[in-house]
Design a protein around this ligand. Sequence first.
Ligand code: HXC
Length: 260
Amino acid sequence: DSGQHEGVIRTETRDGVGVIRLNRPKALNALNYDTMVAVVDAAEAWERDESISAIVLTGSEKAFAAGADIKEMSSKSYTEMYQSDWFAQWQRLTQVRLPIVAAVNGYALGGGCELAMMCDIIVAGEGAKFGQPEINLGVIPGMGGSQRLTRAVGKAKAMDMILTARNIGADEAERAGLVSRVVADDAVVDTALQIADTIAQKSRPAAMLAKEAVGAAFETPLAQGLTFERRVFHSLFATEDQKEGMAAFAERRDPTFKNR
Ligand code: HXC
């Protein structure tokens, strides 16, 4: 499978991993409506396809994404924004159960930073820049930045970034807990593919449920989250992959998971 969705993204699959590359280079991958729909459709299709176990989302060397498409939005009225619930479809991406690895080079600003934060793991190049500059446009983050950035880096840095529009580099982003790994710019996509490939070797339902359990940490009180985790843990004993994984350990061999 290899496809182009009216040019705004490119997709390919390799060995259990679906790759989405944002492809609006002239606009630094600004996230217009068509891009949102294309990204979400691709991710949802792979969730339904049991041969795909993880997703990599990336942009170009210069920009992961320089934000929501300002030119597409600028003349819209309040009524249009509200009636269409502008950006609401991004919610669908966060409901995709497959692990998603963001490979970030260059600018991840505004909606670009927010899109990276919708993913589960962020690999950043040394030259990556993260920021929420919406205040410079007379607005605020609209794709989750005020919530996800605050949960990721805490109030102090989130307020600093959102109120002043200050960008942070990859190292600061890693120190703050926004980014999982920082690597050389030219190693970003390969590293993300390796991470996704590693995940794709695991039991697919176990990886999906692990994602769901970590996600629950942001949605539930601790006691409820711990109960949820334990119930999911119990339920995995209904899978062949649990039997295989534990048998392989005892037999000192690598497991061969059936559902991967
Ligand atoms: C539409 C964009 C864009 C964007 C860049 N472009 N970002 N178009 N929406 N978010 C376009 C430029 O207009 C330009 O098109 C081309 O991409 C190249 O950009 P340049 O500015 O010429 O490049 P450069 O000088 O290298 O500067 C890069 C940059 C700058 C620092 C990233 O482009 C920039 O500041 N972009 C906006 C960043 C931003 O504010 N993002 C937040 C958006 S709001 P032309 O046709 O002139 O060549 C958001 C959430 C909104 O994401 C939520 C509330 C509603």
